[in-house]
Write a protein that binds this ligand. Structure first.
Ligand code: NDP
Length: 281
């Protein structure tokens, strides 16, 4: 039976440490603030935004959620970002994705000054990650690395296979695994013989967005399986991995819910606190 990489327990420990960092800043008279912009009524986004607000509250971080109507213009969205860029109480700005179709996501994200880009999606931060410079690292990949390290999964020299090549999960997690001296394979929808690749993985990261996509026969015995997927099936949230079957083969496994999602929020908090610590310096 696989060791459970429990995001709830790991995130709770992380939050304890983060609370202390917020208190240290407060003693110096430095507040920490996060602004979340939510455009439209996407139900999943509403849940994510609420959870981010709750985490801020738990840590004593000032949080503002700015809700804009579905029909908001690009100009109005960018004007709001500009205003938050200049607001000293705000250390982190997050635009909840996806944005309504008529809005240009990449252009909006570029408006956030890189120092306040706590999601790590700005081209400057993404570029720093890809060129080995210090910048803000995207929360989900950063959270996955934290999880693997907490679970003491051996990384150096091991073969990591990532399924998915998105800018927010697949590509950055591949870079972070490479930084830890893994040999990395990135798979996607055009990959031939996907199971042939995944069966070679010592570390398998599934970021596809399809329930039950990774089956037990795709997993090397003893592998660490990280499930990033969030899928809704009959009102239930499930990952990309057939958990019940895969946990019998894998050496380590992360559940959904209570896995990577918890780490993602923890890392968002950490990125926001780090931004405030930079400001304090
Ligand atoms: P995208 O839809 O942007 O990317 C999905 C990737 O999966 C693509 O690269 C796609 O390949 C690949 N893919 C699709 N079908 C197949 C297939 N049959 N075989 C191999 N690869 C395939 O999703 P994201 O990266 O944004 O998110 C992935 C999942 O993770 C989603 O469920 C999302 O909700 C979840 N997520 C969870 C987070 C968390 O905090 N836990 C945070 C962010 C995302 P191609 O490029 O060729 O189309």
């Amino acid at each position: 039976m696989a060791v459970l990489m429990d995001g709830r327990i790991m995130a709770a420990q992380l939050m304890e440490g983060l609370k202390e960092r917020v208190n240290v800043l407060k003693e110096k008279g430095v507040g920490v603030g996060l602004a979340v912009i939510l455009v439209g009524e996407d139900p999943a986004s509403q849940v994510y935004v609420r959870n981010k607000g709750k985490a801020c509250e738990e840590l004593g971080i000032h949080s503002e959620t700015i809700r804009l109507p579905e029909e908001t213009s690009q100009q109005a969205l960018e004007a709001l970002i500009d205003q938050l860029n200049q607001d000293d109480r705000i250390d982190g700005i997050l635009v909840q994705l996806p944005l309504p179709r008529h809005l240009n996501e990449a252009q909006a994200l570029r408006k956030i000054i890189p120092e306040k880009d706590v999601d790590g999606f700005h081209i400057e931060n993404a570029g720093k990650l890809f060129t080995g410079q210090q910048g803000v690292v995207a929360c989900t990949p950063k959270g996955i690395m934290h999880m693997l390290k907490e679970a003491k999964v051996p990384l150096s020299g091991r073969h990591a296979v990532v399924i998915g090549r998105s800018n927010i999960v697949g590509k950055p997690i591949a870079m972070l695994l490479l930084d830890e001296n893994c040999t990395v394979t990135i798979c996607h929808s055009r990959t031939q013989d996907l199971p042939g690749h995944t069966r070679q993985a010592d570390i398998l990261v599934a970021a596809v967005g399809r329930a039950g996509f990774v089956t037990a026969d795709m997993v090397k015995p003893g592998a660490a399986v990280v499930d990033v997927g969030i899928n809704r099936v009959n009102g239930k949230v499930v990952g990309d991995v057939d958990f019940e079957a895969v946990e019998k083969v894998a050496g380590y496994i992360s559940p959904v819910p209570g896995g990577v999602g918890k780490m993602t929020i923890g890392m968002l908090m950490e990125n926001t606190i780090e931004a405030a610590e930079r400001k304090a310096k």
